[in-house]
Design a protein around this ligand. Structure first.
Ligand code: FAD
Length: 400
């Protein structure tokens, strides 16, 4: 693994080197990418490997995962079997997330409300053929059948989540948050209106006003209209009597967004929007506990300031409903310093890692986004400190 970190450090020595690597990316053999960077950012190719990843994370105080079977085909060109993705995703809740959380609960070393839920991520464009057209034309009657199929495919996965929540809630009635949550990932901006509608349909079906939040949607706070979307979601939920769960991210598509005008003009504006989103949701949860419309929050960020701010608000609360329905998350292989700091210095228990898994060939698009994101971190700093630290560890191992 150290060797892999050294490789990432060398790729991100400076912007020009990183840009060359990014341009070469599509032509690099999958085995090479898997060997050098896949091991850092991906949880494995098989459920057995992912279970091991979960155990390794637990040893570091990260007690659950946001699993994503990363078989991507956003352009609809790879002819992927959608039924296979849906059934494997459902299976992964039973074969990975369920044994993982039961092991933690039964170990007795964690408070029942201190274990974060196991999340199952659903990328809308991965669970329907021809996703771009379906999501762009969700109001168009010509696409009604495919739109319904997309909704049904997501619902099949969430139905299993709901069944398992009911089963475990009977065994552990003192738990104040769900054991499992399905989470809808956000995509490129032009697809998002369709994704928002999908999220709303699923909230209405699975997040009853008097029940747990079992589906969480994603809002990209780098969008200028992000807070309007949060408030609209809240209003619709109140009108139609259901609850909303939100994963707040800044947003991963800034590099490929053709209309830059929809994204905040500056990073500072994105930061302000992100932090105010956290405060807005936490206010509702703190004031209304089980009756909060915005009933579950995932602070999905590598930003130390935003994460610390959320952690401060959560760890100082004594309300168990509030506490156990707020989870902080980072991507596997990224921001491990932030994760460590939150656990060791802020006493955060509800912390998870986003763990993509699947065949190496299919995770290529995901890996490219992570490399681009690492490039964002290459500003004044560069990959050299990472290389130096790896060399230091090797030296210590060799010479004691
Ligand atoms: C658990 C988890 C789940 C995620 N799921 C999704 C998802 O479903 N969909 C998705 O899109 N992303 C997702 N992400 C990725 C996430 O969007 C990126 O990791 C995030 O944008 C990086 O920002 P940060 O919060 O870590 O903070 P920082 O590193 O402080 O911020 C970097 C981000 O700020 C924004 N930004 C940078 N420069 C500018 C600028 N000049 N103007 C305006 N904004 C700017 C961009 O969004 C950039 O990514 C997820 C991340 C995590 C941890």
């Amino acid at each position: 693994m150290l060797f892999n970190y050294a490789a990432i450090g060398l790729c991100t020595l400076n912007k020009p080197i990183l840009n060359i690597v990014i341009r070469m990316f599509p032509f690099l053999p999958t085995q090479l990418l898997d060997f050098f960077i896949g091991k850092i950012y991906c949880g494995g190719a098989t459920p057995k490997q992912v279970i091991q990843t979960g155990e390794d994370l637990s040893k570091r105080g990260i007690n659950n995962m946001m699993l994503s079977l990363t078989i991507e085909d956003s352009e609809g060109t790879k002819n992927i079997d959608i039924n296979y993705i849906v059934s494997e995703t459902i299976k992964s809740v039973d074969t990975i997330l369920k044994p993982h959380i039961l092991k933690l609960v039964e170990s007795g070393s964690h408070g029942i409300n201190d274990i974060p839920p196991g999340y199952i991520a659903i990328k809308p464009s991965a669970v329907i053929s021809n996703p771009v057209n379906v999501l762009l034309n969700y109001k168009n009657s010509e696409y009604k059948e495919q739109w319904n199929e997309l909704n049904n495919n997501c619902a099949k996965i969430i139905q299993r989540v709901a069944e398992l929540n009911t089963e475990l809630a009977k065994q552990y009635p003192e738990r104040r948050s769900p054991f499992f949550v399905a989470i809808i990932d956000a995509e490129k901006y032009d697809l998002q209106q369709g994704v928002y509608q999908l999220q709303r349909n699923l909230y209405q079906r699975f997040n009853k006003a008097d029940g747990l939040v079992q589906v969480v949607g994603t809002i990209q706070m780098y969008l200028k209209d992000a807070m309007d979307t949060v408030k609209l979601d809240e209003k619709l939920a109140k009108t139609h009597n259901y609850r909303v769960g939100l994963k707040l991210v800044r947003g991963a598509y800034i590099h490929s967004e053709p209309n830059r005008g929809v994204i905040h003009d500056t990073k500072e504006d994105t930061d302000i929007c992100y932090n105010s989103g956290i405060q807005y949701v936490l206010k509702d949860l703190a004031e209304n506990s089980e009756n909060a419309t915005l009933g579950h929050l995932v602070v999905a960020s590598h930003n130390g300031k935003s994460s610390r701010m959320a952690a401060d608000l959560v760890t100082t609360s004594t309300n168990p409903v509030f506490k156990s329905n707020v989870v902080l998350g980072q991507l596997l292989g990224m921001a491990d310093d932030v994760t460590y700091d939150l656990i060791e210095h802020q006493g955060v228990k509800n912390i998870i890692k986003y763990v993509p898994w699947g065949p190496p060939l299919e995770t290529k698009d995901y890996l490219l986004r992570r490399l681009q994101e690492n490039g964002d971190a290459v500003r004044n700093d560069n990959g050299w400190p990472l290389v130096k630290n790896v060399l230091k560890v090797y030296k210590n191992r060799l010479f004691g």
